[in-house]
Design a binder for this molecule. Structure first.
Ligand SMILES: C[S@@+](CC[C@H](N)C(=O)[O-])C[C@H]1O[C@@H](n2cnc3c(N)ncnc32)[C@H](O)[C@@H]1O
Length: 348
């Protein structure tokens, strides 16, 4: 069992930083939440994403792809690459709805063979356009578009705490007297501190403040940039700017766990069976993207972004297929319209 493997590792090497624990819980080969053979997203899983709301999200992204395709002068080898495509709903909805004159190739980067099987079944009709890769590194470089829907929030994060005396500590996972997993606090690693100095220097002066730092997204952004010759990247996720994320009132951070559509704040239960996620700091995404050679194009709430893509054709589809309620959930603030954001990046 995964918990025993983690305990064995701690016994052998000592306490591990929280991000290493989270990496194991989500991605340990065959046993992690996203790598196990029976992993599921959606009604039978633990949470939904925008791609599970009818086909509406796909209507909009198909339109967005047509726009990007034209902006790039309708190239012959326009490639859409979706990272972590889950159950394959978004890919299907995009390919079902895209204007057939936009001849595209669709790459899916999927680390879990079980998800790949579900995607293959769902995307049978489009098999001539689909190509699978088990890591970003395996992709050939291409021009077109990269889509990351709720991928960044699934990256392992570090947790820091500024204690009562104003010391900045990092959370490590250790073993308690009854062999249970416990948190201990060790001095912050240099790159965690550097991140905070850059993106949230004010938290260093606070007391009793806990939150997360996502350093894993640096290498993700760099590998995406390396593979994109020319085109766009769309990052959808729940997140904030640095000011919102590290607001003094948000003093417990954003880390949450999802188990059978219930939320809890305890990452040390249901290990490998519950999702673990933290909000995305879009200020950091923008900075890291620029450093990786990408251009910042815009940052919007999901609601205003989707509304800006609305046209008559999309409204007709929403009405004809009776998907008004799904549309509302995607764009209204009480649904995903405000909590979810989109960042558009590009490369010339
Ligand atoms: C929250 S799920 C979202 C799935 C899907 N995009 C959706 O909207 O339903 C996050 C997915 O991102 C994948 N993921 C995270 N990091 C990845 C990486 N470096 N390469 C490929 N997939 C990754 C995870 O394996 C997981 O399947």
């Amino acid at each position: 069992m995964l918990k025993e493997i983690i305990i064995k590792k701690i016994k052998k090497h000592g306490a591990i930083p929280f991000d290493e624990f989270m990496e194991m819980a989500l991605y340990y080969p065959e046993l992690g939440y996203y790598t196990k053979p029976d992993a599921k997203i959606g009604r039978q899983g633990d949470f939904f994403t925008a791609s599970h709301l009818g086909s509406v999200f796909g209507f909009f992204l198909a339109r967005q792809i047509e726009i990007f395709y034209q902006k790039l002068n309708c190239p012959k080898n326009f490639t859409v690459t979706e990272i972590g495509p889950g159950m394959g709903f978004l890919a299907k909805d995009i390919l079902d709805n895209i204007d057939s004159s936009a001849s595209i190739k669709y790459n899916l980067v999927e680390i879990n063979p079980a998800f790949k099987k579900v995607q293959r079944e769902r995307l049978k009709e489009h098999e001539d356009k689909i190509f699978w890769y088990s890591s970003i590194e395996q992709l050939e470089s291409f021009s077109g578009l990269i889509i990351c829907n709720e991928v960044f929030d699934a990256l392992p994060v570090r947790i820091f705490e500024v204690n009562d005396s104003g010391q900045i500590m990092e959370v490590y996972v250790d073993i308690g007297e009854q062999e249970q997993l416990i948190e201990i606090f060790l001095p912050c690693r240099t790159d965690t501190l550097e991140y905070l100095q850059e993106f949230a220097p004010w938290v260093l002066k606070m007391k009793k403040y806990r939150s997360e730092v996502n350093l894993a997204m640096k290498s993700l952004i760099e590998s995406l940039s390396k593979k994109l010759k020319k085109g766009y990247i769309l990052i959808f996720d729940y997140g904030y700017t640095s000011e919102e994320y590290y607001h003094p009132d948000r003093n417990k951070g954003t880390l949450l766990c999802y188990y059978k559509h219930n939320i809890n704040e305890n990452p040390y239960i249901n290990i490998g069976h519950q999702d673990m996620t933290a909000h995305v700091n879009f200020t950091a995404v923008e900075k890291l993207a620029t450093m990786a050679g990408l251009k910042f194009e815009g940052y919007f709430s999901q609601g205003s972004y989707l509304i800006s893509l609305c046209d008559e054709k999309i409204f007709q589809k929403i009405y004809q297929k009776n998907l008004k309620e799904h549309f509302k959930r995607l764009v209204l603030p009480q649904g995903m319209g405000e909590s979810h954001r989109v960042m558009i990046l590009s490369k010339d």
